[in-house]
Design a protein around this ligand. Sequence first.
Ligand SMILES: [Zn+2]
Length: 65
Amino acid sequence: MQDKEIQCADCGRTFLFTASEQEFFQGRGMSEPKRCKDCRQARKAQRESGGGGRRQDEGRGGRRY
Ligand SMILES: [Zn+2]
């Protein structure tokens, strides 16, 4: 397997999808990433802080009334 360059769907930069990462992704049946690590982390952080996307507000004490 060879390292591969992918263009990030968010920031447009090319990032390296290394051979070991490709193995890891394939081993888990995941498709290749569309975003660089920075953007993935940013999105993950956003999800965890509850930003973006509406979903039930659980795990925050759950006191809505
Ligand atoms: Zn990016």
